[in-house]
Design a protein around this ligand. Structure first.
Ligand code: FAD
Length: 342
């Protein structure tokens, strides 16, 4: 399927989703491309059931609920979602129109591009264990999609960061057993939560300790080989492994786009979010400038600023008159809908 839109948005994380709304408010139609099958970026891939407390106007909202609300807010602008597709080539014609081709062969023609790529196209950091891919999705997991997956299971959680500690505490009441394996004695997590984990007799903590191998067949794990540093190898009974070594983001698909990339970020002009290449803006976690804070609300403001900047390229010479959504309205939304929330 080839599509023609005003704006191509790379990344369906929270910032890419809000960019659909921000562009829509200025009369621009978007296509959103994401390597993952589901929208939501880090919120969906890493912490769908966690509450977020710093979204303005939402004292507490679960990450998956925020993604659902962002999708609903974007929906009136009828974005084209191209999910499960990583970006590949980019070329620009003499009139300044970009053609972005995805790895699946879809061509997206757009006047401007907003790169909301976060840490890059996602993939988990896998521990180097033989045959680990044979167990993925059935016994080996890299994030908690649904807590219920771990109900009554003999779970090993590997990792030493906030995710490992938080999930050990959170899943202790539904898992049959929990063992946390970490290669250092100290954890890089919130000290109060680390103390709570050590005090919780439902959580067996093994440090300094490493994963050595997996036991089982047909995707069903029966045991995990571990070894304390300097100690003898042993096998612990387990039918689920939650390996929380973070996600590896891959920005390499953008490397040939003629956009300056510095380490894992794209430097931008903070006023317009423009990258080193005119017509391509970067927003959200991937965008960098002095004083940048990688937060969802920062990305929302950047999306609005980038949409304004891109408008000048999409509609040259056309002025933006109404600044406020209260003045512009939203297609299909009536004031009555807002009354119901009052
Ligand atoms: P992401 O959410 O990273 O989404 C980027 C998307 O782009 C991904 O889906 C990726 O697959 C896609 N992509 C990248 N490259 C390509 C490509 N080449 N082709 C196709 N698709 C591509 N922030 C807060 O403000 N408050 C919090 O309380 C908070 N809690 C957090 C808790 C945890 C455990 C973590 C890990 C993060 C937390 N954050 C929090 C940070 C927040 O999640 C990020 O700031 C936010 O997700 C950034 O959104 P984004 O849209 O820029 O990028």
């Amino acid at each position: 399927m080839d599509v023609e839109v005003d704006i191509a948005i790379v990344g369906a994380g929270p910032v890419g989703l809000f960019a659909v709304f921000a562009c829509g408010q200025l009369g621009m139609i978007s296509a959103v491309i994401d390597a993952l099958d589901d929208p939501g970026g880090q919120l969906t891939a890493l912490y769908p059931e966690k509450p977020i407390y710093d979204i303005p106007g939402r004292p507490a909202i679960r990450a998956d609920a925020l993604v659902a609300d962002l999708m609903a807010q974007a929906a009136p602008y009828e974005p084209i979602y191209l999910l499960g597709q990583q970006t590949a080539d980019l070329c620009e014609s003499s009139d300044g129109t970009f053609t972005l081709t995805t790895a699946a062969g879809t061509k997206v023609r757009a006047r401007a591009i907003l790169v909301a790529a976060g840490v890059g196209a996602f993939g988990p950091n896998r521990p180097p264990l033989d045959h680990i891919r044979d167990f993925e999705g059935t016994s080996v997991f890299y994030h908690v999609g649904k807590r219920e997956t771990f109900k009554d299971r003999q779970l090993v959680i590997a990792g030493g960061g906030d995710s490992a500690v938080d999930w050990a505490l959170s899943l202790a009441d539904i898992a049959k057993s929990i063992t946390v394996v970490h290669r250092r004695d100290s954890f890089r997590a919130h000290p109060a939560n680390v103390a709570a984990m050590h005090a919780d007799d439902r959580v067996n903590v093994r440090t300094p300790c490493q994963l050595k191998g997996l036991e089982g067949e047909n995707g069903k794990l029966t045991g995990i080989h571990i070894s304390e540093i300097g100690g003898d190898p042993e096998t612990i009974k387990a039918d689920a492994l939650l390996a929380l070594f973070g996600l590896a983001g891959d920005l390499s698909p953008l490397k040939d786009w003629g956009v300056e990339i510095e380490r894992k970020s794209i430097p931008v002009d903070p006023a317009t979010l423009q990258t080193s290449r005119p017509g391509i803006h970067a927003i959200g976690d991937v965008a960098d400038y002095p004083g940048k804070r990688k937060l969802i609300l920062t990305g929302f403001a950047e999306a609005a600023a980038a949409a304004h900047a891109a408008h000048a390229r999409v509609f040259p010479g056309k002025a933006i008159h109404d600044e406020y959504s209260t003045t512009r309205g939203v297609p299909g939304q009536t004031p009555d809908a807002a009354q119901k929330t009052a």
